[in-house]
Design a binder for this molecule. Structure first.
Ligand code: ZN
Length: 280
């Protein structure tokens, strides 16, 4: 049984999308002095080794949010950053084999149907992952200087309280984590409160749209994506707050009420187990 290679797509100069076997996206940005790894997947394959093939610069790790499918590789990096609002959330996930097996079993058949589940399972490393590092805090307006390349943190709560987007001014890309995927999961059990928070976030992102050309999503896309995902969400949530309702929907990944609009789906009234409750 041959093991598949990680899919790596250069999406801009010195900028790569590193797909964790179509389950989760991570991104590598290289400046003149420092490289930045945005998110760290569920920990299958050898992300740290694959990063070293692309850059010889020292690497800092930045989590867009604290979900267990985005932080597994963080322990490979001494300098790691996360919004402290997501620290408790991230510590609640069983990072390592249990989390990887869960994500492969539930997400693999949907996100990577052409690769059999046992093949994905074979990518789980035998050695345990290094423990999560002490995350240094980031919040709205924090700017990373990678050397000739600055990346700004924009706090975008909704998917999680601490979710952040990263705006790379050089390439005009906005890295969104799970804030703007094909699906938005509104975790707040209070429908309208959750929707209002998400709407405020999408309006905050859209207020900056002249500073970026594309968004980079945390799942599914294997290239940069059209920024009109954001305006589709603004319309969808506007409909829901004006009285529209979605339909009950259950699939292998999620269960709740789903409202589609344009390219996006808003899921709310989520009904899921703890491990599934927040992560996408
Ligand atoms: Zn996710």
């Amino acid at each position: 049984m041959s093991k598949p290679e990680r899919i790596i797509v250069q999406i801009a100069p010195k900028t790569w999308l590193m797909s964790e076997y179509k389950l989760v996206n991570t991104y590598l940005l290289e400046g003149e002095d420092t490289a930045m790894l945005i998110d760290g997947g569920i920990g299958i394959g050898d992300l740290a080794a694959d990063v070293k093939k692309l850059t010889d610069k020292p690497v800092i790790f930045v989590a867009t949010h604290g979900d267990g499918d985005h932080i597994a590789a963080a322990g490979f990096y001494q300098r790691a950053y996360m919004n402290p609002l997501d620290l408790d959330r991230c510590r609640s996930f069983p990072i390592g084999r249990e989390m990887a097996e869960f994500c492969i079993r539930t997400r693999g058949p949907i996100r990577n149907p052409e690769t059999p589940v046992p093949v994905l399972m074979s990518l789980i490393p035998d050695a345990p992952l290094p423990p999560l590092p002490e995350f240094q805090p980031i919040s709205d307006g924090y700017v990373f200087d990678l050397g000739g390349r600055s990346v700004e943190v924009i706090h975008t709560p909704g998917h999680s309280e601490g979710s952040c987007c990263l705006l790379d001014k050089n390439t005009r890309l906005l890295f969104c984590g799970d804030a703007c995927n094909d699906r938005l999961l509104v975790g707040n059990p209070d429908r309208n409160e959750g929707l209002r928070q998400s709407l405020a976030t999408f309006e905050k992102m859209w207020a900056r749209e002249q500073e970026f050309d594309y968004i980079c999503q945390g799942h599914d896309a294997l290239d940069k994506s059209d920024k009109s995902f954001i305006s589709d969400y603004i319309q969808a949530i506007g409909d829901l707050l004006a009285g529209a309702e979605g339909q009950p929907r259950t699939d292998a990944m999620h269960s709740g009420t789903m409202y589609p609009k344009g390219k996006v789906m808003v899921w709310y009234n989520m009904n899921m187990s703890r491990m599934r409750s927040g992560e996408n």
